[in-house]
Write a protein that binds this ligand. Sequence first.
Ligand code: GLU
Length: 415
Amino acid sequence: MAESALDTAIKQFHEAADRAALDASQREILIAFKTVFETEFPVEMDDGTFQVFRGYRVHHNNARGPVKGGVRFSAEVSLDEVKALAMWMTWKCAVVGIPFGGAKGGVIVDPSKLSQNELQNLTRRYTAEITPIIGPDKDIPAPDMGTNAQTMAWMMDTYSMGHGFTIPGVVTGKPVAVGGSEGRYEATGRGLLFILEEHLREAGGVRGKRIAVQGFGNVGGVAARLMHRAGAIVQYICDKDTGIYRAEGVDCDSAFAFIESGGLLKDWTGEGERIPPADVLTADVDVLVPAAIEHSLTAENAPLVKAPLILEGANGPTTPEADAIFLERGIPVIPDVLANAGGVTVSYFEWVQARQYLHWSEEQVNEELRRIMVTAYRAIQQRVASNPGTTMRQAAQWIGVERVTEATTLRGIYP
Ligand code: GLU
């Protein structure tokens, strides 16, 4: 059977634990999932029938603070996937130094098959189910694949109604009109751009670099648009069904505006050759940005990748086998827990603003985001430099595991 995302997360953890010289009981503590919540709940559909859906919310580790992580609506969601994503959130928050542990949630549903009304019913019912284990001091959900700012508004409203007053700090990624942060919507894509700029600083920057982006949602679409605006030539984009190639660069402003207004890439009429989406991963470009789903880069396609640099927009897009191939081929991978941490970082700013009833300007958000991302990037580069042969992923995971271990040791075990 193919390796699952959880297998990958656990394998990466043990490697990091080796580097951080964790003993057996430290390992056992860090690999444990604090809470694994599974629920089956009925939802009223538009035709008056009820359909039962399965949902999860997993808390991995809360040694560094309340747990934090998105909620995924996808037909492919499984408990193992949610666990892997929760564990990656723990290391991600530690790597960028924000005071959260890791969590993730998911509902097995194809959101494109539901009406807005059915999605609202599903979101509210799921929120009611997980209400006992979420809260601004406990667990703060956010958007992920298949969910968005509207989903968060419904979640905040449902949770708040149960408490009798508005609690904006319970979720992040809300619309700005109901307590969301400026810049949160673009934050993951902007964080990717900041990291790429920093990485290419001595190599002439982002301008003129040829980019291929796999995935055209909140991560890939925004990243492609911001990179395009920063002067990069985004030659390849794709969603699940459609790939587009244009040597002079795809007009990402137009393409993403089309997606944002509810369209699909296959119906966008902008210039570019239509190609199979899988070709984007093996495109002859300067930077490959996998920003779709786990395990896109595998032992099969890793030998065919032509880009000399990989920037991970998705969580877990590279299997350990593909990682080993990239290491052997000398292709650096800027790992997910650093590269895509802009989203959760601005989520942290949103949570801080919610709890203080303050509103930051977009400039302030972006400036703080850049500072945090660059600091994390440099810490990882330093770790790589002082440990020759270590990849950026290994260094990042090592730093993440080390920081969570430190918090666990300082706090001790109650009682
Ligand atoms: N779903 C995003 C991630 O995987 C954001 C999580 C958050 O903002 O809490 O990092």
